[in-house]
Ligand binder design. Sequence first.
Ligand SMILES: Nc1ncnc2c1ncn2[C@@H]1O[C@H](COP(=O)(O)OP(=O)(O)OP(=O)(O)O)[C@@H](O)[C@H]1O
Length: 322
Amino acid sequence: MIYHMHMALVRERRRQSKLRLRLPEISERLPGFPLHLPPTTMSQQSTTTTVAEFETVQVLGQGNGGTVYKVVHKRTCNVFALKVVHADSDPMMRRQIFREMEILRRTDSPFVVHCHEIFEKPNGDIAILMEYMDAGSLDSLLKNGGSGTFTEKSLADIARKILNGLNYLHAHKIIHRDIKPANILVNKNMEVKIADFGVSKIMCRTLDSCNSFVGTYAYMSPERFDLDTRDANYNAYSGDIWSLGLTMLELYMGHFPFLPAGQKPNWVTLMCAICFGEPPSLPEGVSDEFRSFIECCLQKDSSKRWTASQLLLHPFCRQPEN
Ligand SMILES: Nc1ncnc2c1ncn2[C@@H]1O[C@H](COP(=O)(O)OP(=O)(O)OP(=O)(O)O)[C@@H](O)[C@H]1O
């Protein structure tokens, strides 16, 4: 257990130091290879174009998996998100992008960010052309909107959409492994979609091992830290449900549930709280349905956690839509 906690700490520190790296200039990072345009948004006769036909509007962000740009196709004015990973990038980043490519190729759901095209240049540069989610992530909405931005009603709607996405992924044997507010994207049509499959896993057999120490640490379920708590019937998909519960709690409370508002995480304390403490719960004054929903997600015993399809039938999710 201590060894696993230590390894998780080392990994998180590596990850944090990576995130502090200088963001590359846009000009340094533009891919210079032909892009195959998506048939859904471009005219039928145009199947190939070059990157010169796209204008980079801005850098949307940089994650472990590469740099994401907002790009506009000059002729049609269609807007896309383009995630680029260069051939010379860190091998871990490249592994992540290959994993993401494999999953995006397999998925087609209104609750998962749509991938229009994947390009691979002979020199190894890779770019993924995705639908652009113009309202950003739930994390950015929370930070820009202040504490308590999300009402129960809007959270029920968000939960339903994320659960539809998770239900789809789990039915296709895909575990996301990094569900958190920053990886749930929103657009102005109020669509909510799961993104960032850099650490996801495709399960080949029911009892496949599921590497614990990937994903964002603070949202990991207790059994992903402590392998000893898993039994032969361990359901690897249930880790995503724990992360969903924490995500919903955070969106309601306005801060990460295991920590008081504004407090910086001390990773050892946090891991001990996740593994040995009681699961966090909602404050007074919320509905019974919401409280019960969170309890169904945040069961420390993974076998007691509800599945995505069960949660879709929970009274919290079944209340009338807006
Ligand atoms: N399709 C998209 N539409 C709009 N913004 C996007 C899209 N995909 C990613 N982004 C934004 O680009 C940024 C980088 O995303 P990316 O998925 O590469 O990494 P991340 O989730 O920030 O980090 P990590 O991969 O380390 O978890 C994020 O801020 C994300 O909100």
